[in-house]
Design a protein around this ligand. Structure first.
Ligand code: CTP
Length: 403
């Protein structure tokens, strides 16, 4: 793919260097278009060396090739990261006072902007209005992360991590190109990992970040589905862009209620969330204190309902396709697929996506390997690739199953 990486003048420009590397390593040709101000933070040699392409902030360089038109016309994706308040304002008003803003006017490909600025600037009505206008015009504006800003401040306005920007940007291209084969289909996807409270400050949780669930929601939405995302403690941004409706939950009980409520009129329910099998029997209202000299108090656990098994049993809507996930490590009793087959038969979901986790696989990683089994444990398809690619393969299987 031919990607234009616009960089405007904020301290977070250094993170765009990492974004550039990621995009190049993923095999894309990237041309960097910094603003003059961006070049005060990271110089042209860095961009040129890492992109392997010439770099200019000016429309008056290389005029013979009319770069502001040629670059925009030839691009498959234009990402601006960081997008400063000034860049957003100039883009919203259609200014063309440097190469980046001029290119923004000539590009007809998906445009993704990742704002980064101080919280006050991000929250200012002028910036809010600019972002709203850009979104109405079809620009995909990524929500900034919250956290440490330049200096001592913390708050909303931080540039998201380069991996997350890359993922959202590439998802925007996939969305623009996706077949609309899930149009009219209502889907519910649960994602993330549940937290079972021990006391007001502690919980039992798991390592799920929500990446695969989010990728499933994004893929379905891109293919035309109406998506409800039941998000359990996601550790990555992007939930709001991935779904028509986002229901945020913490515990298994909340997740169960949300999935069942949305599932009542869904054609497909995908349980990609890592759900805790057990929860503390009696979470305390006050924080549990350490009593010197006494060992830890035991925590009694009780079993959680199996939401997936209930969905299979109850079939909330006729013809509903129920999809489960099985995160397996394999052990002395059998390999990943052996456990997956056994789980497919036990759970009875129409489709079960079995994936290998542990030791750098599965949780928190960008890539995934999945076997899709039917309710009898028969393998339908084996998929490897990014979580988005795996998501698309799974939706293909769902469409086939729906017939
Ligand atoms: N699941 C669920 N409710 C639970 C536990 C799991 O709906 N209480 C769902 C998960 O969302 C996933 C599938 O069941 O789609 C399999 O989850 P997993 O934890 O792998 O299966 P378990 O039945 O808990 O089996 P085990 O932990 O013994 O491997």
């Amino acid at each position: 793919m031919r990607i234009l990486l616009g960089v405007s003048g904020g301290v977070a420009a250094y993170k765009a260097v990492l974004l550039l590397r990621l995009l190049r390593e993923a095999g894309h040709a990237v041309r960097v278009i910094p603003t003059e101000a961006a070049l005060r933070f990271v110089g042209a040699p860095t961009w040129e060396a890492l992109s392997g392409e010439p770099v200019s902030a000016e429309v008056f360089d290389d005029v013979a090739h009319v770069p502001h038109v040629a670059l925009g016309q030839g691009a498959d994706l234009l990402v601006v990261a960081p997008a400063t308040a000034d860049l957003l304002a100039r883009a919203a008003t259609g200014r063309a006072d440097d190469l980046l803003t001029s290119t923004l006017l000539t590009a007809r490909c998906p445009v993704v902007m990742a704002p980064a600025m101080h919280t006050e600037m991000w929250e200012h009505p002028a910036t809010r209005a600019n972002v709203a206008l850009l979104r109405v015009r079809g620009v995909h504006v990524i929500e900034p992360a919250s956290g440490r800003l330049t200096g001592k401040d913390t708050g909303a306005g931080r540039l998201p991590e380069p991996e997350d920007i890359a993922r959202e940007a590439l998802a925007a291209v996939a969305a623009a190109r996706a077949p609309q084969d899930l149009a009219g289909c209502r889907v519910v996807v649960s994602a993330g990992g549940t937290r079972e409270p021990i006391d007001p400050v502690r919980w039992i949780g798991n390592r799920s970040t929500g990446r695969q669930g989010l990728a499933l929601a994004e893929a379905a939405r891109a293919r035309g589905a109406h998506v409800t995302l039941v998000a359990a403690n996601l550790e990555i941004p992007g939930a709001d862009a991935a779904a028509d409706t986002v229901v945020r939950v913490e515990s298994t009980a909340e997740l169960r209620e949300a999935v069942r409520a949305a599932g009542a009129d869904a054609d497909v329910v995908v349980m990609a969330a890592a759900v805790a099998d057990f929860r503390p029997a009696a979470p305390t209202e006050a924080k549990i204190k350490k009593v010197p000299g006494q060992g830890p108090a035991p925590i009694e656990l009780v079993e959680n309902p199996d939401i997936l098994a209930e969905l299979v049993r109850d079939r909330l809507r006729s013809g509903q396709v129920v999809v489960g996930f099985a995160a397996e490590t394999g052990d002395a009793a059998g390999g990943v697929l052996d456990h997956g087959r056994e789980k497919a038969r036990r759970k009875g979901a129409d489709l079960l996506a079995v994936n290998a986790v542990g030791a750098g696989r599965g949780f928190g990683t960008a890539d995934n390997e999945v076997w899709v089994l039917d309710a009898a444990g028969e393998q339908l398809v084996h998929a490897t690739g990014t979580k988005r690619q795996v998501a698309d393969v799974l939706w293909d299987a769902v469409i086939k199953r729906r017939g």
